[in-house]
Design a protein around this ligand. Structure first.
Ligand code: DQA
Length: 149
């Protein structure tokens, strides 16, 4: 086993309305469902010796609690906070509990869309951000965490 192949656990968090992927504005978000994305990520992660733990909620407090519970338990976090990206100090503060890499992912390019989507509460505390590359953004984020761990 190469040193870069040591086992990792990565938490993947998706926020509100992302459970509706596939049905929700497919011209923006594509036709893959969240189950498709999570299954793809689990298989992709397995090939890099990464266990992927996926969580979705429509509730801000539930997202905060999952981020808190992950303290000391994971080697990285991938988060698409969805609409909470633009509003949630609570999610930002919860992410600050972590010293592991945090990658913010957006399916769409939030900077090309309505002005209220141009500001992210999370990007100032994230290690990096991937926006506008569709579902491959999650794979890229997982690869980045593998390369940083
Ligand atoms: C999103 C962009 C957000 O502005 C929006 O509220 C979402 C999805 C994206 O993945 O492109 O729900 O985070």
């Amino acid at each position: 086993m190469k040193p870069s192949d040591h086992p990792l656990t990565v938490l993947v968090i998706n926020g509100p309305n992302l459970n509706m992927l596939g049905k929700r504005e497919p011209e923006i978000y594509g036709r893959d469902t969240l189950d498709d994305i999570n299954a793809d990520l689990a298989a992709f992660g397995a090939g890099m010796n990464i266990t992927v733990d996926c969580f979705q909620s429509n509730y801000e407090g539930a997202l905060v609690e999952r981020i808190q519970q992950a303290m000391g338990q994971v080697h990285g976090i991938i988060i698409n906070p969805a609409a909470y990206t633009h509003t949630s100090v609570a999610i930002r503060d919860a992410l600050l509990l972590h010293t592991v890499p945090v990658i913010e992912v957006h399916l769409s390019n939030i900077y090309k869309r309505e002005e209220f989507r141009h500001h992210s509460m999370v990007s100032g505390v994230a290690t990096g951000q991937i926006a506008g590359l569709g579902i491959q953004g999650y794979r890229l984020a997982l690869t980045a965490i593998r390369n940083m761990a």
